[in-house]
Design a protein around this ligand. Structure first.
Ligand code: COI
Length: 356
């Protein structure tokens, strides 16, 4: 499918941020976006257009019943000056899995990937270069049919917006404090927890607000049934290092199958670390801490990369993880992943795609 382009003249483009150390996350957007429509059974009209508001019928199904899916991935300026993306195909494959769960038609993988590359190439001057920065890419698909009956939409809009970002958390690559949530749940097995869809994030807001008000960065979700097994943090998958074993929860249906999670598991195996995907309860984490065996905890995600956890708050007590500082494995994973992403380190897994 041909992609048409309607580009702004150079003098209508926005100035690029002059201080890349103050980028933050998700506040600045590139000059152009990608759009493609679906109706009558086919995706059509692929186009790159100036970034701007969407026009939607107020009855559009996405606005009422949340039939939506999104993704998050990044492009980098490599050490050789080239433009690189990290595992873009894995993101689009996950997007199609989420689409299936949300009754949204799948995207044509090859073409959608080509369109992503085209958009990134068009906006490559927006890719920041300071260490820890990147171009964040947000593919999104929404149900556009105007109807107040609860039903599967017959029309959709797929669009991609992008912008330069720095660290997701104000702490940057420094240990965050997380709050173990026991009153609210994020998702239950059989629900939509493993799909990257807006409702999961909306469901997390109240708990996150309450945790922020108490001084915590993020909420650690437990399973919806027994409130015992570790699930994930709202924007990251979680890993714990107990007595030399790196542990992350298995994908039980209520956890987002993170691309960074998968990359971390692969890297740990490649390095010969003892990594396991297994059920881990909060009680085991606490017992390990009391026995001096909990040496590290960290979250993984595209936006956050690797986020070390310094302390965990559970039932009124603060549990310090290791010495409360960034652990050795967290640091090694951060350096390993970002090294591969930026082309500083060899990429034995074929994760990095050169776009330009
Ligand atoms: C990401 O890590 O890319 C995410 O989508 C998580 C969050 C920003 C919603």
């Amino acid at each position: 499918m041909e992609c048409t382009k309607q580009l702004l003249s150079a003098d209508s483009c926005k100035p690029k941020p002059d201080d890349e150390s103050k980028l933050g996350f998700g506040q600045i957007f590139c000059d152009h976006m990608f759009l493609m429509d679906y109706d009558q059974g086919a995706w059509r009209d692929a186009r790159i257009m100036p970034y701007g508001p969407l026009s939607l019928d107020p009855a559009a199904l996405v606005l009422h019943y949340g039939q939506e899916v999104f993704e998050g991935l990044k492009a980098y300026r490599g050490v050789d000056g080239g433009v690189y993306m990290f595992r873009p195909q894995a993101n689009l494959e996950r997007m199609n899995r989420s689409n299936r769960r949300m009754c949204i038609p799948e995207l044509p993988l090859e073409e959608t990937l080509e369109h992503l590359f085209e958009l990134v190439k068009t906006e490559h001057e927006w890719i920041p270069t300071l260490e820890g920065t990147s171009l964040y890419i947000r593919p999104t698909v929404i149900a556009t049919e105007a109807c107040l009956g609860v039903k599967v939409s017959s029309s959709y809009l797929y669009y991609v917006i992008m912008g330069p970002v720095g660290a997701y958390y104000p702490e940057g690559f420094n240990p965050v404090k997380i709050y173990v949530e026991e009153n609210y749940v994020r998702a239950a097995a059989g629900g939509v927890g493993e799909a990257k869809t807006m409702g999961n994030y909306a469901a997390s807001l109240l708990a996150a607000e309450e945790a922020h008000a108490k001084g915590f960065t993020q909420v650690l979700w437990l399973d919806a049934c027994d409130k015992k097994s570790i699930e994930e943090v709202g924007t990251m998958n979680m890993f714990f290092v107990i007595d030399g074993e790196v542990i992350t929860s298995p994908l039980t249906g209520s956890i987002l199958p993170g691309i960074t999670r998968d990359s971390v598991i692969t890297l740990c195996k490649h390095w010969g670390l003892n990594i396991t995907e297994r059920k881990l309860t909060i009680d085991e984490v606490i017992a390990a801490q009391e026995a001096g065996k909990l040496t590290e905890a960290f979250g993984t995600g595209t936006a956050a990369v690797i986020s070390p956890v310094g302390s965990i708050h559970y039932r009124g007590s603060d549990i310090t993880v290791g010495d409360g500082q960034t652990g050795e494995i967290s640091q090694r994973l951060y350096d390993g992943l970002t090294g591969i992403q930026l082309g500083k380190l060899e990429d034995p897994f074929g994760w990095v795609v050169k776009v330009k």
